[in-house]
Design a protein around this ligand. Structure first.
Ligand code: RRO
Length: 303
């Protein structure tokens, strides 16, 4: 029996459902110094903005119980640097390149999407960064601004549009539905949960920008629940993200209804975590005599 892990977003084919999450390995190319990234289904870049951004003051990362808080503040060198210096190398890999974009306005999202159209395989619209004062998560916490930004990006794009959602809302599935209605080709969730960590001696936050976004195993059950709710609400592919540390976590996300998974925080512990997880998924499916992901996708007994 031949194992087929391939799956699609819109018309774009992915050889397998394992993606390197945005922001956890620079623009993605650095991973190739550790393993052959062409084995992954895709790599998602750090979110790119119109202008370069210096990011937030340190400390930017702090370990928490079973997870980590980050407040990078969207540090990146801007779209022009990405096109000139990063994209040429990314294009040499035999995997799909997904550019993550973040803006302060609909116009900025449109400019980024238009510039990247046909240069990459897909775009992930980040409307869920918890660590910037303007733009970021504020777009993804209101249904009307979510609808507007997705419609705006869709109007200038001919490649698949993935929208990355924030879990810092009451009903994430409503946001997913609005994205689907506005033309999104897939939804990725969840970005990080807004959190705080305090140094009790100095009575200050352990994070330079005061608050941060929580990721890692600490959020996995929350992310899994959000994916399950969302996958029951929309017909477009759902990309599960949040504390996937091993193949068991990955299979849980598929059973909750995800078509893909993104590997983020695990990469900090083991830079080749995504490859190990991919191998684990393959082994599990072979052991269970399952030949394709659809046979386990959304297949859980709900009593
Ligand atoms: O850069 C960040 O601080 C950041 C981003 Br853009 C994001 O989408 N999610 C996150 O936890 N941190």
């Amino acid at each position: 029996m031949k194992l087929d892990l391939s799956t699609k977003i819109g018309t774009v084919l992915f050889k397998n459902p394992v993606l390197a999450a945005s922001g956890t390995s620079g623009y993605g190319a650095i991973l190739n110094d550790i393993f052959d990234v062409s084995q992954l289904g895709g790599i998602i870049t750090k979110s790119i903005t119109v202008k370069p951004r210096k990011g937030n003051p340190p400390p930017r990362i702090i370990e928490t119980s079973c997870g980590m808080l980050n407040s990078i503040g969207l540090e990146n060198r801007g779209i022009q640097y990405f096109l000139d210096e990063n994209l040429p190398r990314l294009k040499t890999f035999k995997t799909n390149v997904i550019a993550s974009i973040a803006g302060n306005s609909d116009e900025e999202y449109a400019m980024l999407a238009e510039t990247l159209n046909k240069q990459v395989d897909a775009i992930e619209v980040n409307i869920s960064c918890p660590n910037v004062k303007e733009g970021g998560m504020s777009f993804g916490q209101e249904l009307h601004s979510t609808r507007k930004v997705v419609e705006t990006v869709k109007a200038v794009s001919s490649i698949p549009i993935i929208v990355k959602l924030t879990p810092n809302v009451t009903r994430i599935e409503d946001f997913a539905k609005v994205c689907e209605e506005s033309g999104a080709d897939a939804i990725s969730l969840v970005n990080t949960y807004k959190g705080l960590s305090i140094d009790i001696r100095s009575r200050r936050s352990n994070i330079g920008a005061f608050t941060g976004g929580l990721s890692g195993p600490a959020i996995k059950p929350l992310a899994l629940y959000a994916v399950w709710k969302t996958a029951k609400t929309v017909g477009i592919p759902v990309i599960g993200c949040g504390g996937v540390m091993n193949y068991v976590d990955a299979i849980e996300f598929f059973m909750a209804g995800a078509s893909f998974i993104e590997i983020g925080s695990a990469t900090f512990r083991e830079p080749d975590a995504s490859l190990k997880i991919l191998r684990g998924i393959k082994q599990f499916l072979e052991d269970e005599n399952i030949c394709c992901l659809n046979d386990i996708k959304g297949v859980i007994h709900e009593c």
